[in-house]
Design a protein around this ligand. Structure first.
Ligand code: ADP
Ligand code: MG
Length: 245
C-alpha cells in the first residue's frame, strides 16, 4: 500500500516577519513510508514539521492529509494532531502526571476512550518500550532516554497514522541514544508512517525509505538513502554530508 498518499506538502511557504524560513516546499508522503529529513541547524527542519502539525500556520501553499486541506476552516485540528502525532527533542511530557497518566490522558480526553481501555492500551505500549516498571514515576524521576520512550508510547497511544519526530535523540546523553533509536526502528518495522528530523546519519540510512536534505529553507535533494548518502547529486548535499559521515 506504499502508493497511497497520506500527506502532501504543496508549495509551502513560511515566513516570520520578513524572514522567509520555508521556500516553496513540495513533499509527498506515502502510507507506510519512513522519511528522514537531514540538514544543517537553522535550515528550517523544525519549522517544516511544526507546519505539518499545525503548531505553526503556513504563510503560503497547502498541506493535504488524505487529499483534504488541513488549512480549511472546518478541519478538526485536535483530531488531526492525534492522527499526526509529534515527538519533540525536549520530550514535552506532562510533569504533573505520572508515566501511566501521560500515556492515558490523550486517549480519554481526545479519543473519548474509557479509562479501563485507555489503561490497557497504555500498558501494552509501555511494555513494548520497556517502561512498564515505571508507571507510577513522574517524568522528572526518569532519565532522558526513558522520558523519550514514554513520549513515544504516548504518541502511539493515539493510534496515529503518522508520527513526526523532531531530533528525538539530540537532547540525550550519548549512552541513551541507542535505546530511543531502537524503539523507533521497531516502530518503523510496524509499517507506521514516520517523518524523522535527525542528525543520526547511520540511523537515517538504515531505517528510511526516503531521505530529504534541507538547505536554507529549500528541499535541496530527495532520494533513497543510497542515492543521498552514496551518490548525492547536489554540491550542497555533498558538503553537508562531508561534515557528518
Ligand atoms: P532547524 O530545525 O533546521 O534547525 P528551524 O526550523 O528551527 O531550523 O529554524 C529555521 C529558521 O527559522 C531559523 O533562522 C530560526 O531562527 C527561524 N525561526 C524558527 N522559528 C521561529 C519563530 N517562531 N520566530 C522567528 N523565527 C523563527
Ligand atoms: Mg530543529
Amino acid at each position: 500500500m506504499k502508493d497511497e498518499m497520506i500527506l502532501q506538502v504543496q508549495n509551502l511557504h513560511k515566513s516570520f516577519g520578513d524572514h522567509e524560513v520555508l521556500k516553496d516546499i513540495n513533499l509527498d508522503v506515502h502510507k507506510g513510508e519512513v522519511m528522514s529529513i537531514i540538514g544543517a541547524s537553522g535550515s528550517g527542519k523544525s519549522t517544516l514539521l511544526r507546519n505539518i502539525n499545525l503548531l505553526e500556520q503556513p504563510t503560503g501553499g497547502d498541506i493535504l492529509f488524505h487529499e483534504k486541506s488541513i488549512l480549511s476552516d472546518d478541519f478538526d485540528v485536535t483530531l488531526y494532531r492525534a492522527k499526526v502525532g509529534m515527538v519533540f527533542q525536549s520530550f514535552n511530557l506532562f510533569n504533573n502526571l505520572n508515566v501511566l497518566q501521560n500515556v492515558m490522558v490523550g486517549q480519554t480526553t481526545v479519543l473519548k476512550r474509557d479509562a479501563a481501555a485507555a489503561k490497557t492500551h497504555a500498558m501494552e505500549l509501555l511494555e513494548r518500550v520497556g517502561m512498564a516498571p515505571y508507571v507510577n514515576a513522574k517524568p522528572d524521576q526518569l532519565s532522558g532516554g526513558q522520558q523519550q520512550r514514554v513520549a513515544i508510547a504516548r504518541a502511539e497511544a493515539m493510534d496515529p497514522e503518522v508520527l513526526l519526530f523532531d531530533e528525538p535523540t539530540s537532547a540525550l546523553d550519548p549512552e541513551m541514544v541507542d535505546e530511543v533509536l531502537n524503539t523507533m526502528s521497531s516502530l518503523a518495522h510496524t509499517g507506521l508512517t514516520m517523518i524523522i528530523v535527525t542528525h543520526e546519519m547511520q540511523f537515517a540510512r538504515d531505517v528510511s525509505d526516503v531521505v530529504c536534505f534541507m538547505n536554507d529553507g529549500v528541499l535541496a535533494e530527495t532520494g533513497t538513502p543510497e542515492q543521498i548518502f552514496e551518490h548525492p547529486q547536489e554540491q550542497r548535499t555533498q558538503e553537508f554530508l562531508k561534515r557528518y559521515l
